[in-house]
Design a protein around this ligand. Structure first.
Ligand code: GTP
Ligand code: SPV
Ligand code: MN
Length: 585
């Protein structure tokens, strides 16, 4: 037990409800990690991988019905529905406590309760906040150990304060019918039951660092966003930082760890990773927007990660990593689709069944993941734990759009940039349960993660813009346009640096641009294509704005915006201006 009375009292209450056999207070020590690992190996909850090839690495398989975030089972629970807004699922607060209380009643009988104190953000930074997660899953404890700064250090930071986020998790019966991920932003509380999958149960991540934090950010004048943070170092040695919001499984980890194309490496360009999923942003004393990565690890998508697409990610997860739902080979190594190495002749797939590559099924689940310490990343920024964060020059929105959205464009100003973010759309991915590949509006990549009324969230963005004396410029990118054969046109990955350099050149007033109805587009000569197979004609195609598709797009945006009773008047005006520019094309 620690000696914070508020923590102790709350843990006691939760234990009374969930009735664990015993309570273990997590301290974050190495001895503790070894003990819990041993225990999880003995029950089969974790599987040991080849400790010579993958030292410190473990494997975990979730239930087949429990492989992704469950947006339809995720709720914002407030007194008034209006505070959750039109996009979130809402439950009335006391009804939610009652409903989940029944499920939590005795849910830890025969199990151990672990109490995990953790910090989101660098220890003792002004940006940072403390959470306590109660869980009955060792998998959660071991993941939280990688994803957050946890144990004694968090209690040291909390001191005798009552100011912590209360997270309660129980695997329950891993039954989708009895699965709920509930957020109580009015009470700084999160209750999650019935799942053992990452985003549903690592409560520091999406539940706290986005849903609860976005609510706190609005109240306290800062922002919590689904954004990567990276630094681009020029040959002169100066570094400029960019944050980018793409929906789940749309390329944040990959962009954050980008390796410049050969030509740029030779010139001395480097890219440094500060964060790959979440950014907390505040206005600095110098009038710029500063960003911190609240996490300490990466919970990255495994399939598609190869030495060709993202060597930095692959190198990050060679040790001390937990792999979830990938393929395990007979020699206890891991494999997944598009890993860039031959599939094993025979292995065990994510479901735990014998698998051969000719079976025609995927060996790894499309949303299989690795949990790896950020400090192991070869391109981790020296500033990644700077308590003050890094200053942001550009904010980039983006999504997966087979058509319509051009490779890159710049918004006219902050207000227009907020409109671009508020109306962005993307094809759905395997990161959440449900159909894949369906275009849906995903404002600022926060549709599943905004903890309050999205109309008010748009307003908060507008207010922040007024308060930042020197705001970042706002851009939109799309790496995913396809040709008539359905193939991606833009090479993506490392070559995305070519687009980032145009973005930074715009921030530094170094290049002119072409004004279009949707924003500023690059001149064809200003995106360097040397070393790619892309011709100027193809670039022109990637940057083209097709009137007919944009007429359609604008219609769709209209329906989207109409959902928000609290839509700021500025955004309605932005919409009307865009609609008239498009029809005048
Ligand atoms: P979350 O962790 O779910 O928030 O996802 P993320 O945004 O970090 O996505 P990630 O970088 O893991 O990318 C997901 C998928 O997109 C992988 O299969 C990548 O291979 C693919 N991808 C990433 N960048 C590019 C790109 O530039 N072009 C193409 N074609 N695919 C990309
Ligand atoms: C996402 O789905 O956006 C993720 C993975 O980053 S999860 O932690 O499951 O949310
Ligand atoms: Mn994410």
């Amino acid at each position: 037990m620690y000696n914070n009375v508020y923590v102790n009292e709350w843990v006691e209450q939760m234990a009374k409800m969930t009735q664990p056999d015993s309570i273990v207070w997590i301290d974050g020590s190495e001895e503790e990690r070894e003990r819990l690992t041993k225990q999880a190996l003995s029950t089969g909850e974790m599987i040991e991988l080849d400790q010579e090839k993958l030292p410190g690495c473990l494997y975990h398989r979730t239930a087949e019905n429990d492989v992704a975030r469950v947006e339809h089972l995720t709720f914002i629970c407030t007194e008034h529905k209006e505070d959750a807004g039109p996009i979130n699922n809402w439950m009335e607060k006391s009804a939610a406590y009652a409903k989940l209380g029944t499920l939590f009643e005795g849910s830890m009988k025969g199990r151990t309760m672990y109490v995990i104190p953790y910090i989101m953000g660098p220890a003792f930074s002004e940006f940072s906040k403390v959470g306590i997660e109660i869980t009955d899953s060792i998998y959660v404890v071991l993941n939280m150990r990688i994803m957050t700064r946890m144990g004694k250090i968090a209690m040291d930071m909390l001191g005798d304060s009552p100011n912590f986020i209360k997270g309660l998790h129980s695997k329950g019966e891993i039954d989708p019918e009895k699965r709920y991920i509930c957020h109580f932003p009015e009470d700084n509380a999160i209750w999650s039951i019935g799942s053992g999958y990452g985003g549903n149960v690592l409560l520091g991540k999406k539940c706290f660092a986005l849903r609860i934090a976005s609510w706190l950010g609005r109240k306290e004048g800062w922002m919590a966003e689904h954004m990567l943070i990276l630094g681009v170092e020029s040959p002169k040695g100066d570094i400029q930082y960019v944050s980018a919001a793409f929906p789940s499984a749309c390329g944040k980890t990959n962009l954050a760890m980008l390796i410049p194309p050969e030509k740029y490496r030779a010139m001395g360009y480097k890219v440094w990773t500060v964060g790959d999923d979440i950014a907390w942003l505040r206005i600095g004393a110098d009038g710029r927007l500063w960003a911190v990565n609240p996490e300490a690890g990466f919970f990255g998508v495994a399939p598609g990660t190869s030495m060709k697409s993202n060597p930095n990610a692959l190198l990050t997860c060679q040790k001390n990593t937990i792999f979830t739902n990938v393929v395990v080979t007979p020699d206890k190594n891991v494999w997944w689709e598009s890993m860039g190495v031959d599939a094993p002749a025979k292995a065990i797939d994510w479901k735990g069944n014998e698998w051969t590559p000719d079976m025609g099924t995927k060996g790894a689940h499309p949303n299989s993941r690795f949990t790896a310490p950020a400090c192991q990343c070869p391109c981790i920024s020296s500033e990644w734990e700077n308590p003050a964060g890094v200053p942001i020059s550009a904010i980039v929105f983006g999504g997966r759009r087979a058509k319509v959205a051009p490779l890159v464009y710049q918004s006219f100003d902050w207000e227009h940039g907020v409109f671009v973010g508020a109306t962005m759309a993307s094809e759905t991915t395997a990161a959440a349960t449900g159909a894949v590949g369906v275009v849906r509006r995903d404002p600022m990549a926060m549709r599943p993660f905004c903890g309050y009324n999205m109309g008010e969230y748009f307003q908060h963005w507008l207010e922040m813009g007024k308060k930042i004396p020197n705001p970042p410029k706002i851009f939109n990118v799309n790496w995913f346009r396809v040709d008539e054969n359905g193939k991606f046109i833009w090479p993506g990955f490392g070559d995305n640096l070519r687009v980032l350099l145009w973005i930074l050149a715009r921030c530094n007033n170094e290049v002119e641009a072409v004004e279009s109805p949707i924003g500023y587009l690059p001149k064809l000569d200003d995106i360097d294509l040397e070393g790619t197979s892309i011709t100027k004609e193809v670039l022109a195609e990637l940057l083209s704005i097709d009137k007919e598709s944009w007429m359609q797009e604008v219609e769709d945006q209209k329906a989207h915006l109409a959902q928000f009773e609290k839509l700021p008047a500025e955004l309605q005006a932005q919409y009307e201006a865009l609609a008239s520019r498009i029809s005048a094309m």
